[in-house]
Design a protein around this ligand. Sequence first.
Ligand code: SF4
Length: 91
Amino acid sequence: MTIDGKPVCKRCLLADFDVDGLYKKISELIDVMPQDVKADNELYQKRLDICKGCTALENGICKECGCFVELRAAAKKNYCPSVYKYWGSEE
Ligand code: SF4
């Protein structure tokens, strides 16, 4: 499947296909998040790597909670909503 000529897979993050500028909007929300609230880049990428390998990820959305994973992973205090808590206990 493609959107705007870019390949889209179930396990894609919004950053991978950015339909209707949605990723841009999510990025803007992350950009204005206070630094003391925001996960550092290493932690953020580590969380997203876990999401990309998770069967609950579908088109950038976590099926466990309905969140955009890129937004959920950006806040330091957040955690994976799965009963297995795949990330969030690393801090
Ligand atoms: S269940 Fe956890 S690891 Fe899986 S997509 Fe949702 S937030 Fe990511």
